[in-house]
Design a protein around this ligand. Structure first.
Ligand code: FER
Length: 256
């Protein structure tokens, strides 16, 4: 189904609504052997006395933990959705998905060791970051309380990691996934169990995106393996207008 555009103003800062907070934190990564930076959005009215769901939101090949914040101001989109009662309470964790000692987006971003680091992130996320978040924030810890989504390289990571760890994440979103996306049984080792465990598997891509063949191939693979999913084509290319629109629509579906 074609994904419509979010209503105008959805991404405009509003003075008249309550605002969440964006902060940078650091956690110890045994996987990488260093302290790693991560951004965390806590919603308007955030309190230690409540329990929150968590969305882990991943960046693309050209970015780091600040990429969503710099290009999409997700806190504005989410604040506006909260103000309209369209969002379940959630913390959004914006990690750095390039799990290596120098995780800055510099030099040749396609170097083999940098691409490999996007794979290594699986262990950093599951073994280091999630335990950190769950021991430092008041969060719910069932698979139905964890979502994993991302754009491009982060979309591929969300599919690769999420579909393998379906007992950890019940909500998965891939926005314009990149060629790091695995295929067939490497992508979905246990299709029946995965289908039973998932609450939402979202795949979307702009029709002008040169990487759309990855989404097309993934959609076909999911169909063949009978894994239920939402597949959206939308206007636009490999760009932030598309990913902001995806965040708007995807986040509303979470934790319902
Ligand atoms: C590729 C083309 C694009 C690739 C990755 C990308 C791993 C990632 C793009 C992005 O994250 O925006 O061949 O291979």
């Amino acid at each position: 189904m074609f994904l419509e555009s979010a209503p105008s103003g959805y991404d405009q800062y509003r003075e008249d609504v309550p605002h969440g907070k964006m902060a940078t934190i650091e956690y110890e990564s045994c996987t990488v052997g260093s302290k790693r930076k991560c951004m965390i959005y806590t919603p308007p009215g955030y309190t230690d006395e409540a329990k929150y769901n968590v969305l882990y939101l991943l960046h693309g090949i050209g970015g780091d933990e600040l990429e969503w914040f710099h290009h999409a101001a997700p806190q504005v989109i989410l604040d506006n959705l909260y103000a309209e009662n369209k969002l379940a309470p959630m913390i959004v964790v914006l990690p750095n998905g390039r799990a290596m000692p120098n995780d800055r987006a510099e030099g040749n971003l396609f170097d083999a060791d940098k691409i490999k680091a996007f794979e290594t992130f699986e262990s950093d996320l599951v073994n280091d970051l999630i335990p950190y978040v769950e021991s430092h924030y008041p969060v719910l810890t069932g698979s139905e309380n964890r979502a994993l989504a991302g754009l491009s390289m982060g979309g591929g990571q969300s599919l690769n990691i999420g579909l393998k760890h379906f007992r950890t994440f019940a909500w998965i979103g891939a926005f314009s996934p990149a060629p790091n996306t695995k295929v067939d049984e490497l992508l979905i080792p246990q299709p029946e169990e995965t289908a039973a465990g998932l609450r939402l598997l979202w795949l979307s891509c702009g029709i002008l995106d040169e990487l759309k063949h990855v989404s097309d191939r993934t959609h076909t693979c999911l169909e063949e393996l009978h894994v239920p999913h939402i597949w959206h084509e939308e206007s636009g290319g490999h760009d932030w207008l598309v990913w902001k629109n995806d965040l708007y629509h995807f986040s509303k579906l979470l934790f319902r």
